[in-house]
Design a protein around this ligand. Sequence first.
Ligand code: ADP
Ligand code: ADP
Ligand code: MG
Length: 500
Amino acid sequence: MPKIKKILVANRGEISLRIMRTAKEMGIKTVAVYSEADRLSPHVKFADEAVCLGPPPSNQSYLLGEKIIEVCKELNVDAIHPGYGFLSENTDFARKVKDAGLIFIGPSPESIEVMGSKLAAKQAVSAYDIPLVPGTEEAISDISEAKKVAAEIGYPILIKASAGGGGKGMRIVENEAEFEEQMDRAISEAVSAFGDGAVFIEKYITSPRHIEIQVLGDQFGNTVYLFERECSVQRRHQKVIEEAPSAVVTPEMRKAMGEAAVGVAKACNYYGAGTVEFIVDDSLNFYFLEMNTRLQVEHPVTEMITGKDLVREQIWVAEGKKLSYNQEDLTINGHAVEVRVYAEDPCNNFLPDIGTLETYKRPQGPGIRVDDGFEEGMKIPIYYDPMIAKLITHSENRTAAIEKMIRAIEDYKITGIQTTLGFCKFTLEHEAFTSGNFDTKFVERYFKPEVLDPVFSVEEKELLSALAVEFFAASKGKANKKDETVDAPKVSAWRKRLDH
Ligand code: ADP
Ligand code: ADP
Ligand code: MG
């Protein structure tokens, strides 16, 4: 059995750090790679060795697979962990890693290939008893044929890129009149974003929940599921808040979904950690969406409720160890919630915000975990995903985990850049969320920029109290004059003053 002694993490930011922390605990040496934009990043400082790959754009740095393999050879690295995004689901890279005699900490190139294509994935699982969203099984090649299928399924339908990911490459078609135009757009988007124009039709489930199952398999055919994650709070088809377990999944449903997920994993001879995503309709029927053949952004909520370190498990499986437990040994302990802290402005359509982390203070306390890759004073580079951090809380039940999260959000101090923290607090306090009665339409249905309480920094609070004193003195003066009402200054006006 190969014992891994040195791992190169082919990624950046929070996930790179998170992986290296576990490696260090296991006595494994770490190598970081970085682009010129990330020279001062914590992941670079944390590693035993670090190598600059090139200029900031990903295609000149983090996506340079061959260069990364060269670095491994020079530094005597024996395994590569790809994290998520970048090269993590790239079959060609996984193959080259293997051919170079290195261990790829992930599944086989064959599993990545099958599941990397949503169409191939559906075909692969069709031999198993796994419910699929109604739709076409092959790429659309004939428009009139496709229209017929769409009419049979019933509008609205979704046109999806087979190679899609990250919430991109999907178009909703409300009726037949829009079909051709939306299909042309979907194809051209798919070609430009994924280099593959294959698109297919899926029934558009109007108000679904997104619930996924974490699976873990070894190289001897043993596969377990580590329960579900509810990821229905999304913007742009991308998750912002996740939790485990889900508020609506019963033990029977958990078992059925878990077994279906294990079936999906078996359909592609999967080993390592992976995620099987399902869409759940309002009658709690679940349908297979896709499988992500990597560590998922939201994996910490599963770690909190199962007590398993998924990166450690990945490394053990990659070394050829057998799983040391079976399904019956796994239990759910308490409840965990994760919010993704993105450098985005929720009041401006969640568009990425640029700037410097002028204040950056993490919340603390029992049951609070922050996975991040930045320090105070750092700029958020524009070249990559705008996620600053993941904030995770764990407690004995859902209510307590949510309460802890609200407190943690209030104690998280970030200035200099807009973030999704205020939006997340709004969501966690919303009746639809606390009752568990929500779906992927949460943002559309309930969120308006006006609902956000401004979250103030210490300096802002000091200035606000000074303004309040000023206002109080002024209002006393005015109160002596008759027929004059006193308007409280609007917070937005105060903010303006603070910003200039
Ligand atoms: P998760 O399901 O792990 O939460 P996300 O959809 O949020 O995944 O994506 C995780 C990361 O991977 C993001 O940085 C996203 O942009 C990237 N990503 C996922 N799939 C693809 C893809 N097919 N092409 C490019 N980037 C992708
Ligand atoms: P990606 O590879 O981009 O992650 P997914 O197939 O996992 O693509 O879908 C991402 C999100 O898009 C889902 O979580 C869900 O919110 C929405 N979605 C996908 N398929 C459907 C569908 N058939 N009906 C309704 N919503 C869908
Ligand atoms: Mg997905």
